[in-house]
Ligand binder design. Structure first.
Ligand code: 7PM
Length: 297
């Protein structure tokens, strides 16, 4: 088995095992950390700390995609992210990803040292496909139904997994047509982006179905609202255990990269998973165990 290696503008991301992408928010309204990292110096320190904790990649974002969030104009987004990318590119060796949908931000970020584009709009904004093709860096294409402003209003699918697979297959095709080689493409089902709790649960349960698209699978589950619902945890910062459970399930179902807030804890989970592995499938036993979990008879 040869493992895909993603060349992020000269920094390698080797997908021989699941990898951790640490989240570096540079927004005043970031939902899960109260905007603790809006201050560029604090965001830089936070990014460096995440690398120490085991992040294989850092995702820097300056526009909140919180449901209902106001859009940020390009100048403001650049003021937030460029100093942080510049410093992190100088002070770490891990690849740096830019979380943006704007072609102008993609260009400036790659110029400043970013080696991967993480676009929650999957390069659907005007000029984004062309900018990404020109920049020659890998791209993560995420599925979102609607726009952050309205996406959680009443999300609907015929078949959530099939619908999202079709969308991602179509975006992969458009990217290849625009000159982005398949080895530079990743896909993400976009947990929480225009999905009900049931949609998110179904996506996580059936995540292995995305393997047929034959590109690495990137997932963001960390502290998301549906995990808050499942665990009855109102505060995002209380959702770490639920996020770790979801991360492990995702890795067991084929996720290649986990985008997370809690890097140290996720790194421990992956160490256990890497040591144990999937195990051999078992035949149904002729003599079933007398005790079955979950039954009190
Ligand atoms: C509110 C809702 C605030 C959601 C922040 C978020 C993803 C992403 C984000 C993801 C990829 C968060 C998200 N989520 N990029 N950016 N995949 N590729 O939890 O799931 O940080 S923003």
């Amino acid at each position: 088995m040869i493992h895909p290696t993603i060349d992020c503008a000269g920094r390698e991301l080797v997908l021989d095992r699941a990898r951790i992408c640490g989240i570096v928010n540079v927004t005043p309204d970031s939902f899960s950390d109260g905007g603790l990292h809006f201050d560029p110096a604090a965001a830089i320190r936070h990014g460096l700390a995440l690398v120490e904790q085991g992040a294989d990649l850092l995702d820097v974002g300056g526009e909140s995609t919180r449901p209902g969030a106001a859009a940020v104009d390009q100048d403001e987004e650049l003021r937030r992210v460029i100093p942080v990318i510049t410093a992190l590119a100088r002070e770490t060796t891990v690849p740096i990803s830019i979380d943006t949908s704007k072609p102008g931000v993609m260009r400036a970020a790659v110029q400043a040292g970013a080696g991967l584009i993480n676009d929650v709009c999957a390069l659907r904004q005007d000029g984004a496909l062309e900018a990404a093709a020109e920049l020659g860096v890998p791209v993560c294409l995420m599925h979102m139904q609607g726009e952050p402003r309205n996406m959680q209003a009443d999300p609907q699918y015929d078949e959530v997994v099939a619908d999202i697979k079709r969308f991602l297959a179509d975006r992969l095709f458009s990217c290849e047509l625009a000159g982005i080689p398949r080895k530079h493409l990743l896909i993400d089902p976009g947990f929480g982006f225009g999905k009900t709790v049931d949609h998110n649960v179904e996506l996580l349960r059936e995540l292995q179905q995305f393997a047929t698209l034959a590109v690495p699978l990137f997932v963001g589950l960390s502290r998301k609202s549906f995990l808050g619902t499942l665990s009855a945890r109102r505060e995002p910062a209380e959702r770490t255990p639920a996020s770790l459970a979801a991360a492990l399930i995702a890795v067991q179902r084929g996720a290649a990269i986990l985008r997370v807030h809690d890097v140290a804890a996720t790194s421990d989970v992956l160490k256990v998973w890497n040591a144990v592995g999937p195990g051999k499938p078992q035949k149904a036993s002729a003599s079933p165990p007398r005790v079955r979990w979950g039954e009190d008879d």
